[in-house]
Ligand binder design. Sequence first.
Ligand code: TYM
Length: 333
Amino acid sequence: MSKKIFSGVQPTGNLHLGNYLGAIKNFVDLNNDEQNECIFCVVDLHAITIKQDKDELKNNIRETAATFIASGIDPGRSIIFNQSKVYAHAEGSWILSCMAPMGWLNRMTQFKEKAGKDKEKASVGLYIYPILMASDILLYDATHVPVGEDQKQHLELTRDIAQKFNKDFDCEDFLKAPEPLIKKNFSRIMSLKDGLKKMSKSDPSDLSRINLTDTKDEIINKIKKAKTDSFPIPNEDQKLKDRPEAENLLGIYSSILDQTLNKTLEEFGGKNFSDLKSQLADVLSSKISPISDEIKKLINDYEYLDKILAEGAGKAEEIAGKKILEMKKIIGF
Ligand code: TYM
């Protein structure tokens, strides 16, 4: 069955292995299935919910587009664009924020994590950010949204908002509730320094993550320094309970090779972490270094990247522009 795919990545720099294994690698697989219509968005309006440097933001928008292409998304087949170029996203977000009850937003755990202790100082944009995400998805009638585990709650909210809009305006099935595409395993890659913390671009320690622009040597060094525990690697997955660092490294190895955790445990059960680390560093550098090299090549080609983003925005505008007009008509504008 053909799927309409929509997903987004924030251009906030330091795209990492978590973004790749949780999301971008799946974008590539979906892009490669000719039956799918795919739209991949550089969500720059989301990025400004936290203060950004103007020049860095500009570079990061291009770098995110370069990362999509370097990872294997074909801009001839999938639409790649940046959100701020298509006005309907912000307009849709306003309309939906007038439908969504505050109680629903108050439940969003990511806002609580990102706002930290001083909630009063967080921007209103950060609070209503999941509504902008709902607008992104619903404007394109997306049927499937590939994301990492941390976005699951936002997708549930998107479904609720779609259903409420349809009910409030008596327009059954106008907004389509999308299905999340979250991998059953390894959809949450953890920090290399703390197996209980998500791998994240905002972690102050660069050793906590593999960046998609890291060199071979940097990857080898980071895996060498990754936290482990003092027991040998077990043979069964049940024995990984309460061993988050071991589980994470074995999960990364399985995910990058597209194999089950059990297969990885068969390979390493009874061995020491030094064996796993040396294999993992090899596999990661052979898979990530070519992407990293390609990003570095593409990032200097402003003309090419800007052309891809402009063409993508034109195609996205055609779809989202129509939907927002219908939406406004339904409301009574
Ligand atoms: P963002 O930019 O934080 O992350 C981009 C994608 O990477 C996934 N991800 C991870 N997956 C596994 N392990 C990790 N440690 C990890 N860290 C990040 C995220 O789940 C995400 O899929 N709100 C979204 C962007 C967005 C969006 C959308 C997504 C805006 N509009 C519409 C889908 C559809 C975000 O901030 O992702």
